[in-house]
Design a protein around this ligand. Structure first.
Ligand SMILES: [Zn+2]
Length: 345
């Protein structure tokens, strides 16, 4: 693809340029987009003694991966009613637009709704759709949903989640895919093989978190059950054969650098393989995962990549184009966004 540089890198403000670069976010959890300010608003709705802003911020502190999962739970427990989901969806889109995000594919956890709330999901889907429609109209950022099962809740829970996704997709076309998240060690991808086959037959696109907190075998399993995009794939760096397959098949990787460092899955920015993956010809996309819990956002991930890993501006443009190409958008919108990325000054 022809690349165009309007100005020398040194003459422009890098952060402003990266903000204006049309970006797509492919790995973002709706329940992980709640900023402390929104959590205070939710707490006022539900807690007898509402959280202060400091108290809300404290809930985002943790020491390791399990601590992170516990923090995530503490936040999601304050999501009680469908209106809460509408609020967080609208606020998420507003926040994305300020970073120059033109499209997002967002994980919504039916698993959490079923398992912790023990209730039907459709009123929640109606609510996120209301938030999405208002947000898209007000901020011009498109959103598609990927329905996420919590893998360590087991295959039966997964079946319930994916079958409901297939059913609701007919009524809500913005539901485009499925994924598995949670604790990889307690929920190997292999267990979900038949369910992935069934979801694919129902027209759902397939993603899977893999190689985040366990080894490369988890990424192999995700590929073997048909995952079209891999979330994290941090462990692929330890397996040259896997690296070769990822490069040859151009399987998009949803990389989340800050998340990996903050959860302790990666020891530090210097040790993160994002640059190695890119240089080895892997299909890298940059994403933010659960941004307020990691003190980052997608723009922050782009700034970090440029700053810490020495990607040039043209490589940043390539990363932005990768995310659009790897999205589940219809061909017309995908092409329009790719042109926007290419023509961006
Ligand atoms: Zn994730």
């Amino acid at each position: 693809m022809a690349r165009k540089l309007a100005k020398q890198d040194s003459q422009i403000d890098v952060v402003d340029w990266l903000r204006g670069l049309p970006k797509a976010e492919l790995h973002l959890h709706l329940e992980g987009t709640i900023k402390p300010e929104t959590l205070v608003e939710l707490s006022r709705r539900h807690d007898p003694e509402p959280l202060t802003l400091e108290g809300a911020r404290a809930l985002y502190q943790y020491e390791n991966f399990l601590g992170f999962l516990m923090s995530f739970k503490a936040v999601t427990e304050r999501l009680r009613r469908p209106e809460d989901y509408e609020l967080i969806t609208y606020n998420m889109i507003r926040e994305l637009a300020t970073q120059g995000v033109v499209h997002a594919e967002v994980y919504v956890s039916f698993g959490i709704i079923y398992y912790w709330k023990k209730t039907e999901v459709e009123p929640y889907v109606e609510a996120i759709e209301r938030g999405r429609e208002r947000g898209e109209k007000d901020f011009n950022t498109s959103v598609l949903w990927i329905v996420d099962a919590v893998r360590h809740f087991g295959v039966d829970e997964g079946a319930r989640v994916f079958r409901k996704a297939a059913e609701l997709k007919e009524k809500y076309p913005s539901i485009v895919g499925i994924g598995i998240g949670g604790d990889e060690a307690r929920g190997p991808a292999d267990h979900f093989r038949d369910l992935y086959k069934e979801a694919k037959a129902a027209g759902l696109r397939l993603t899977a978190h893999a190689g985040e907190s366990v080894g490369p075998e988890s990424v192999w399993s995700a590929i073997n059950i048909g995952a079209e995009r891999i979330g994290h794939a941090l462990a692929a760096q330890h397996d040259p054969d896997l690296m070769e397959v990822l490069a040859r098949k151009q399987i998009p990787l949803e990389i989340n650098v800050t998340s990996n460092v903050r959860t302790g899955c990666c020891n530090g920015f210097k040790e993160h393989p994002v640059r190695q993956y890119f240089d080895s010809g892997l299909m890298v996309t940059l994403n933010s995962d659960d941004p307020p819990m990691f003190g980052s956002d997608l723009l922050g991930e782009y700034v970090l990549a440029q700053d810490q890993f020495g990607f040039t501006m043209e490589q940043m443009r390539e990363l932005a184009a990768n995310a659009v190409e790897a999205s589940f958008l219809d061909p017309a919108r995908k092409l329009a966004l790719l042109q926007q990325v290419e023509q961006y000054g």
